[in-house]
Design a protein around this ligand. Structure first.
Ligand SMILES: [Zn+2]
Length: 94
């Protein structure tokens, strides 16, 4: 069984573990995000299954663009669900 050195791990997508190379577009989760002031690291932290990543925790700091898009969809759905939850009680059923 091959061991993965920390350097090799930085070439992997943090979310799915896919190897990132020239053919796989990737983003730095601490330096980029879908909008100004919101990094992908924050998005990961806003999902219910993950804590917000720490820079320097030794885990990959990049994710593939497909996972980035998935993350945006996931978190925007969560927002939609939360908004629905707050709006529902005001709906009058006649
Ligand atoms: Zn991925």
């Amino acid at each position: 069984m091959a061991t993965i050195s920390p350097i090799d791990m930085q070439d992997l997508c943090r979310i799915c573990g896919e190897r990132l190379d020239e053919s796989n577009k990737s983003v730095d989760i601490f330096e980029s995000g879908p909008t100004d002031g919101v990094t992908y690291a924050k998005l990961i932290g806003s999902t219910q299954s993950h804590d917000e990543p720490n820079e320097g925790d030794g885990l990959p700091r990049r994710i593939g663009i497909e996972c980035a898009n998935f993350l945006v969809r996931l978190t925007s759905n969560q927002t939609a669900v939360n908004e629905m939850g707050t709006k529902l009680p005001s709906i009058q059923i006649s």
